[in-house]
Design a protein around this ligand. Structure first.
Ligand code: PEP
Ligand code: MN
Length: 356
């Protein structure tokens, strides 16, 4: 009985699940337009993805409207319909077969070049930020990280310089030419963070803050989406789906370590997640070995491993004086150690056929 029920359930899902319309090779523009019109007239969304050979049209939306587009298969120019069985749709590899890349100014994340985001955990002062910025730039970083709104475990810890910190980040960008990534923690500050930053970071603790995800989904800026402390890969991809479903397709996935039973390291950098997410999804993936392992000594090894696992970039905490850092000093590299690590990473990048 249960088996019958499962089979029935599966067949219903296959009939009415979200789907990819695969057009024949060389399908005509009018044929593609006709399919899109048909989907949209049924109250569903059509996402056209033009590959080298074939055009795919992803169909998502309220499932109750699916019966109306079931006959798409017989339309001219349509080769077949493939149901998307994963719960994440736009983020899935079946939705878009080629790797996606995310543009940040004139940089491309998810292409042939590995980008390194580096800087302090928190913006503390102009001197601290600028000195770190110049040093990471000198060593080859292209993006400056720095928190202005900090998610601290204790309410008595330093909470960040807030807008003053954002202003300093923007000034550092002006001075050095580095792009900026900084965290937004609250829907009320999305506007001000967006005003200053080049990439909006969603922190691990907010990965399932769906209201915040919806808010950044309507912003025209790339989003660095950190994996939640104990989020499964599927939950993490569903968080990306929230951002994409709201219209922002510029999502960069960031593996930053998950909770495990070990207490020696701060977290466990889940290197498995890098090839798995790249298999399940077309989105670029970067790694954060600093939070992933939580001890500066091991950050270079984890950084090399992340690049060897296929990461498109890294986000690394660097502080001019880790001993006196207001936040995350024990996992921060000083600029000399960061530069030495970068030299090794270039060799690994070369093996992976990438530039750094
Ligand atoms: C950070 O990048 O400083 C940070 C707080 O990261 P996470 O959200 O991954 O803990
Ligand atoms: Mn930190």
């Amino acid at each position: 009985m249960l088996t019958l029920y499962r089979q029935r359930k599966k067949s219903i899902r296959e009939e009415v699940g979200e789907m990819i319309v695969v057009m024949v090779n060389g399908a005509k523009e009018e044929q593609i337009d006709d399919v899109v019109r048909r989907v949209e007239n049924a109250g569903l969304q059509a996402h056209v993805s033009r590959g080298m050979e074939q055009t795919l049209i992803g169909v998502v939306g309220d499932k109750r409207n699916y019966p109306e587009v079931l006959s798409l298969e017989v339309m001219p120019g349509v080769e077949k319909i493939i149901p998307i069985l994963q719960p994440f749709k736009m983020a899935s590899r079946s939705f878009k077969q080629e790797d996606s890349s995310v543009k940040v100014g004139n940089l491309v994340i998810g292409g042939d070049t590995i980008h390194i985001m580096a800087g302090p955990c928190a913006v503390e002062s102009r001197e601290q930020l600028f000195e770190t910025a110049w040093q990471v730039k000198e060593a080859g970083a292209t993006i400056l990280r720095g928190g202005a709104f900090k998610p601290r475990t204790s309410p008595y810890s330093f909470q960040g310089l807030e807008e003053e910190g954002l202003k300093l980040l923007a000034e550092a960008r002006e001075a050095t030419g580095l792009y900026i990534v900084t965290e937004v923690m609250d829907t009320r500050t999305v506007e001000v963070v967006n005003e200053y930053t080049d990439i909006i970071q969603i922190g691990a603790r907010n990965m399932q803050n769906f209201v915040l995800l919806k808010e950044v989904s309507s912003v025209n800026k790339p989003v660095l989406l950190k994996r939640g402390l104990s989020a499964t890969i599927e939950e993490w991809l569903m968080a990306a789906e929230y951002i994409m479903a709201g219209g922002n397709h510029n999502v960069i996935m960031c593996e930053r370590g998950i909770r495990s039973f070990d207490t020696y390291t701060r977290n466990t950098l889940d290197l498995c997640a890098i090839p798995v997410v790249k298999h399940l999804s077309h989105l670029p993936v970067v790694a954060d070995p600093s939070h992933g392992i939580g001890k500066w000594r091991f950050v270079p090894a984890m950084s090399r491993a992340a690049i060897a696992s296929g990461a498109d970039g890294l986000i690394i905490e660097v502080h001019v004086s880790p001993e006196t850092a207001w936040c995350d000093g024990p996992q921060s590299l000083n600029p000399v150690k960061f530069a030495a690590m970068m030299a090794d990473l270039r060799n690994i990048a070369k093996v992976m056929g990438k530039n750094l």
